[in-house]
Design a protein. Structure first.
Length: 393
C-alpha cells in the first residue's frame, strides 16, 4: 500500500466505459472507510480506486489523536477496522474557567457502553489500510489528482504519480481529502475563528481513568481526553497566545496549562512535542451530477465536541449504502438530500459553540451558572450530553 498499486481496471481510460465505478480522492479515515464499506456492500474491489498523495507509512506516523462516537465504532467494526488501542470515555466533565458550576455527563445515564473513544489517528489509518489491502481495492499512492474534468457520462482524472502522469476515468468521484483549514480554498460557509489549536499528549499527577474534560475559557475550549495513561490535549487559544505558548519550554508550558485548567487532575508533569493548527469553518455540502465531497472535504469544523470525523463517518455510511445500489447521479442527489439535516445541524452547533464559548461576553459569563443548573435537571443535562458526546448523532 506504500507504492503505486494500480489494480487492473475493467476498461482503460480510452474505452467506452469508465475505468472505475468510484474513484475516492483522499485515503484518510473517511476515504478508506468508504472504500472498505463499498466493497463489503458488494461493489467489486477492482472497480474502486483510492488515490492519495501520502504513503500509508507516512499517514500511519501521524501523531494526532481523535475522538470517535459509539456509532463510529460500529461502522468501523462492521468493516473489521476497529483498533484495539482505543480508550473508552465513561464520563465528560464540562466546566467554565473562572466561573462556579460544572456538569458531569455519565455513560450509565445514557445507557451506552461509552460516551466516546480516544485513539491515535495513525492506528486507525493503519487498520483501515490493512482492510483495503485485504479487499484488493485499487490503490494509487503516492499520487496526486492534478485535474478533474466532469463529463456527461464520466469524470476524467489526471493523476501525477511518482514516475508519470496518467489519466483515468470514473463514473463517480468522491472528494475525501480536506486538508487543514489554513490550506483550503474558501467555500460557501467560511469563518476564521481567530483561534489556534495546540495539541499534545500530556500526563498529570492524579489522572482519573476514562474521564474526559471540556473546559471553556475566554479564548476557546480546552479539552483533555483520556488516552491510556495520558491525556490528549486540544487547547484552543488566540493566535498570538499560541505563538507565545509554543515558544515556551515544557516546564513553563505545563505551568500555563495548569493555570488554565485547574487542579482537578493534580499537576501536569509531562508534554509531548506540541503541534499547532489554525481553526475555522469551511463548508459546502453541495454535489455535482458525478462528484461529491464527504467528511473534512465537505465540512471542516471547529474541534469543539469532537464532531468532525464522526460526521464524516456518517457521510460514509449513507454514501456507501447508496452507491452500492448504483454509481450514478441519482444516488448522489439522494445522498445530498439525506445528509442535509445532520450536516446543517452539526455545522450550526459547532459554529455557535466556537463563537459563544470563546469570549468574555455576558452570555459567556452565564455559562458557569447554567452548567450548575443543567446538572440538576435531567432533560437539560440530556441536551448538553447530545452536544458533547463526540458525534453521538
Amino acid at each position: 500500500m506504500n507504492t503505486l498499486n494500480h489494480a487492473a481496471p475493467a476498461h482503460d481510460g480510452n474505452g467506452d466505459a469508465p475505468s472505475y465505478d468510484i474513484a475516492i480522492c483522499g485515503a484518510g479515515p473517511a476515504g478508506m472507510a468508504l472504500a472498505a464499506l463499498l466493497a463489503r456492500r458488494g461493489t467489486p474491489a477492482q472497480r474502486i480506486a483510492l488515490i492519495d498523495a501520502k504513503t500509508l507509512e507516512q499517514a500511519s506516523n501521524d501523531p494526532r489523536s481523535i475522538a470517535l462516537s459509539w456509532g463510529s465504532r460500529q461502522i468501523l467494526e462492521e468493516i473489521g477496522a476497529w483498533p484495539a488501542a482505543a480508550t473508552a470515555i465513561h464520563q465528560i466533565h464540562v466546566s467554565r474557567r473562572g466561573q462556579f458550576g460544572r456538569s458531569l455527563i455519565d455513560r450509565d445515564e445514557h445507557k451506552l457502553p461509552a460516551l466516546g473513544y480516544v485513539l491515535r489517528y495513525g492506528d486507525l489509518v493503519t487498520a483501515l489500510g490493512a482492510v483495503c489491502q485485504r479487499a484488493g481495492i485499487a490503490t494509487l499512492r503516492p499520487a496526486r489528482v492534478e485535474a478533474v474534468d466532469e463529463g456527461a457520462d464520466a469524470v476524467a482524472l489526471t493523476i501525477a504519480g511518482a514516475d508519470a502522469t496518467t489519466t483515468t476515468t470514473a463514473a463517480i468521484v468522491v472528494q475525501a481529502e480536506g486538508g487543514l483549514f489554513s490550506d483550503q480554498e474558501s467555500k460557501a460557509q467560511h469563518r476564521d475563528y481567530q483561534q489556534t489549536a495546540i495539541i499534545a499528549q500530556v500526563r498529570t499527577s492524579r489522572p482519573i481513568a476514562h474521564r474526559a474534560y471540556e473546559r471553556f475559557t475566554e479564548q476557546g475550549p480546552l479539552a483533555l481526553l483520556p488516552q491510556g495513561e495520558e491525556y490528549s490535549l486540544v487547547w484552543c487559544v488566540r493566535p498570538e497566545t499560541a505563538v507565545r505558548l509554543q515558544a515556551l519550554d515544557d516546564a513553563a508550558f505545563l505551568a500555563e496549562l495548569g493555570a488554565a485548567f485547574g487542579e482537578r487532575l493534580g499537576t501536569f508533569t509531562r508534554s509531548s512535542p506540541r503541534l499547532a493548527f489554525p481553526l475555522g469553518l469551511n463548508a459546502d455540502p453541495r454535489s455535482t451530477a458525478r462528484t461529491v465531497a464527504i467528511g473534512n472535504a465537505a465540512q471542516t469544523l471547529h474541534p469543539v465536541a469532537g464532531q468532525g470525523l464522526n460526521l464524516g463517518l456518517r457521510d460514509v455510511a449513507v454514501l456507501a449504502r447508496l452507491l452500492a445500489q448504483g454509481a450514478n447521479p441519482t444516488m448522489l442527489a439522494q445522498f445530498t438530500e439525506l445528509r442535509r439535516q445532520d450536516r446543517n445541524t452539526t455545522v450550526r452547533l459547532t459554529d455557535t459553540m466556537a463563537r459563544i464559548f470563546a469570549n468574555d461576553s455576558p452570555a459567556q459569563a452565564l455559562l458557569g451558572l447554567s452548567l450548575a443548573a443543567i446538572d440538576m435537571v435531567g432533560p437539560a443535562r440530556g441536551v448538553l450530553a447530545e452536544l458533547m458526546m463526540y458525534g453521538r448523532r
